[in-house]
Design a protein around this ligand. Structure first.
Ligand code: URA
Ligand code: SF4
Length: 263
């Protein structure tokens, strides 16, 4: 079966799928748009491809926390947010327009962690709202996740000038906020996007290429953590979108396995 769905998902994350029309020589020569080489769709287990149903809130609300407990947790979000927005713990506070706390479902199973706000995020106060954010949304959608159903945050809450790499002292100053966010969220899975997030979260300088394709763990809760490429990198290097798609499918498979074990 040529799954229309599969094509849709591949296209959603920007993988150009070249479908030759039988018998046309033009088809054989036709370059894929976007200067991507013609990509044969990754071999995917049909069952996996067919499923990310629109009604997939298999990935929505955990049933775990008792109401009292969850109310208590809920009350801790606002003080944390206020603390971040007023934070002066590192010098980035002098150049930011505003802090970018994070956004999404506070009962999310998935936590996506990026590097730091860029120009648009600094202006709007929300993570991943620029071009990279659009691609991130498409990447999530490709595995059946709505942006609104996950939680999205960054390692750094304030924009480094000219989007330079975070400095170790900035990461050290800011990381406790992320740890507190994770303690409140208790996500089932962390998706670290990009080398900077991955290396800082895993306290390693191993390359992203070598960190992919494994389930790492993060923090006191040993939250499973999976690594993939940063959407901004994928915008510059579209040939690696295919590898990102493999990572996303891997993350989805791991999530499903965890969810079926735990609930
Ligand atoms: N890149 C990131 O890592 N985070 C954002 O919020 C935006 C771009
Ligand atoms: Fe505070 Fe983090 Fe912003 Fe630095 S980057 S000022 S530690 S919130």
């Amino acid at each position: 079966m040529h799954s229309a769905r599969r094509l849709e998902y591949l296209q959603a994350i920007g993988i150009d799928v070249w479908v030759p029309r039988p018998g046309t020589a033009a088809a054989a020569l036709m370059p894929a748009s976007n200067a991507l080489p013609a990509v044969e769709p990754p071999a995917v287990e049909p069952s996996v491809v067919a499923t990310p149903a629109p009604e997939a809130p298999a990935i929505a609300t955990p049933v775990g926390a008792a109401p009292a407990e969850s109310e208590e947790l809920e009350e801790q979000w606002e003080p944390l947010r206020a603390e971040v927005l007023g934070c002066t713990k590192c010098s980035l506070h002098t150049t930011r327009t505003q802090g970018v706390f994070g956004v999404g479902n506070r009962r999310a199973d998935w936590l996506v962690i990026g590097e730091a706000p860029g120009a648009e995020e600094d202006q709007q106060g929300e993570p991943f709202v620029g071009r990279a954010g659009q691609l991130l949304n498409q990447m999530l959608r490709a595995i059946g996740l709505q942006r609104e159903s996950v939680f999205i945050a960054n390692v750094l809450k304030c924009r480094p000038p000219n989007n330079r790499d975070p400095k170790p002292d900035e990461v050290a100053a800011c990381m406790p906020y992320l740890m507190r966010q994770i303690a409140l969220l208790r996500p089932r899975l962390i998706l670290a996007v990009g080398r900077i997030a991955a290396q800082n979260l895993l306290a390693t300088d191993v390359s992203l290429a070598r960190l992919r394709g494994q389930v790492h763990t993060f923090g006191e809760l040993n939250t499973p953590l999976i690594v993939t490429y940063h959407p901004a990198y994928l915008l510059r290097t579209p040939a690696d979108k295919r590898k990102a798609w493999e990572d996303l499918k891997f993350a989805r498979t791991v999530f499903r396995r965890l969810a079926s074990q735990e609930s």
